[in-house]
Design a protein around this ligand. Structure first.
Ligand code: ZN
Length: 231
């Protein structure tokens, strides 16, 4: 309960820009890894654990999916998340909703201030449509997601890949209602930290995209850390 009480206090004192620093020290993390530029990552986060994703060099999109670890059909739902919080951007205080109405994780700290969940993940098909026919064979997030879930096994398949979050990615909605991919608002060392509200599986594609500014045209590594529940 101490955890939840402290969240209530933190939420009531949230700044409008969502910028909140974590008190957790990397030296106390139970897991600490680097996802190389362009690589996929998949891991199970237990209820109560905190997951931090660090944009090591700045302007790197971390395309992310979350699943209920015990029911892959119960998965991150961007529409439900946007509807429930009445905001199209994600930051501290955002509760990431599942397709079956659960809160999967809550963003508890954020030094970037804005994350996209509208722009989707890059795919070989979208690379062709957006950029050029000869971009078809370029490495894309959707292929990284497929590689990660197939490697995990346990019945996970390509069909389980759905609409994602783009941590550290700046996709502002224009006054006319359009979406634009802009240069990032992130910077070296910025991070987002989430507390798992149930056991979840996190799948990250450290975006290999070279054709738009989501990675400043230069994909770089991100760091992932996990801390155990604090009570
Ligand atoms: Zn991508």
């Amino acid at each position: 309960m101490i955890r939840h009480q402290s969240l209530v206090e933190a939420t009531s004192a949230l700044p409008e820009n969502g910028l909140v620093e974590s008190r957790l020290a990397p030296s106390n993390a139970v897991y600490d890894a680097i996802i190389p530029a362009g690589a996929p990552w998949i891991y199970q986060i237990e209820r109560g654990q905190h997951l931090r994703i660090v944009d090591l060099e700045g302007n790197q999109a971390a395309d992310t999916l979350f699943y209920n670890a015990h029911d892959y059909e119960d998965r991150y739902d961007a529409q439900a998340t946007i509807r429930e919080q009445a905001n199209i951007y994600l930051t501290t205080g955002s509760e990431l909703m599942s397709s079956k109405g659960r809160v999967l994780l809550t963003i508890v700290a954020d030094t970037c201030g804005r994350h996209d969940t509208l722009g989707g993940a890059c795919a070989t098909e979208s690379n062709q449509v957006r950029y050029a026919i000869d971009k078809k064979h370029m490495h894309a997030c959707r292929q990284s997601f497929v590689k990660a879930v197939i490697g995990w096994g346990n019945g996970f398949t390509k069909r389980d890949i759905t609409h994602n979050i783009n941590f550290f990615m700046n996709v502002p909605v224009t006054p006319e209602g359009g979406l634009t991919f802009e240069d990032g608002v992130s910077a070296p060392g910025k991070y987002v930290e989430l507390r798992a509200e149930i056991d979840v599986i996190a799948v990250i594609s450290n975006c290999p995209q070279l054709n738009n500014p989501c990675n400043a045209y230069n994909p770089t590594p991100v760091r992932v850390l996990i801390w155990d529940a604090m009570d």
